[in-house]
Unconditional design. Structure first.
Length: 187
């Protein structure tokens, strides 16, 4: 075999290995941990395409933020990633529940791992602020939740509460009480 032919074969073999690796990484097995609504897009207001029951097995095709796109025998769609367990389904041959990722199983089989999933609250980013628009209707709706003084007093009275006047301390006296020696300095 010529040197040029050997290089071509090596290139094709490398391309095949990379394609196989990409297929393994993008199609990680998952198990649905709780009954879940499956949506057409990774948004809570997207159309519902299916419902996955707890225990359904599938493949994770993509991830976007807190969402994961899952394909099962019945449907493909997006659901919250904390509703699925990544790795081989429980009871699969030779592996414990929650066995890790594809690469973890290839290079070092793992023992059973307990994972606690949490979800945080995302703050506003620059893009959110650029797209923000004033909505006077929302401000009016917020004002609609306010109680008048009379309503508040009536509610408190119904709960057995009564008004009490509290005289606030002046700043120097409060500072003196806080530090104990009347100097206004903390020791």
């Amino acid at each position: 075999m010529s040197q040029r032919a050997a290089k071509t074969v090596c290139r094709w073999a490398l391309a095949g290995l990379l394609a196989a690796h990409a297929a393994l990484v993008t199609a990680e097995p998952v198990t649905v941990e709780r009954d879940s609504v499956v949506r057409a897009e990774p948004r809570t207001d997207a159309a519902v395409v299916a419902n996955f029951a707890r225990g359904a097995a599938g493949e994770a095709l993509a991830r976007q933020g807190a969402w994961v796109q899952v394909k099962t025998a019945t449907a493909t769609g997006w659901l919250y990633s904390f509703n699925v367990r990544f790795g081989a389904p429980a009871g699969s041959a030779g592996e414990g529940a929650g066995a890790g990722s594809v690469l973890g199983r290839v290079f070092a089989p793992r023992q059973k791992v307990n994972v606690t999933a949490t979800i945080g609250i995302r703050g506003l980013d620059e893009e959110d602020l650029k797209q923000a628009q004033f909505d006077g209707g929302q401000l009016q709706a917020l004002d609609g939740f306010a109680a008048s003084r009379e309503q508040a007093e009536e509610h408190a009275g119904g709960a057995g509460l009564s008004a009490t006047r509290i005289d606030y301390l002046s700043q120097p006296a409060a500072a003196a009480a806080a530090d104990g020696d009347g100097s206004g300095r903390l020791q």
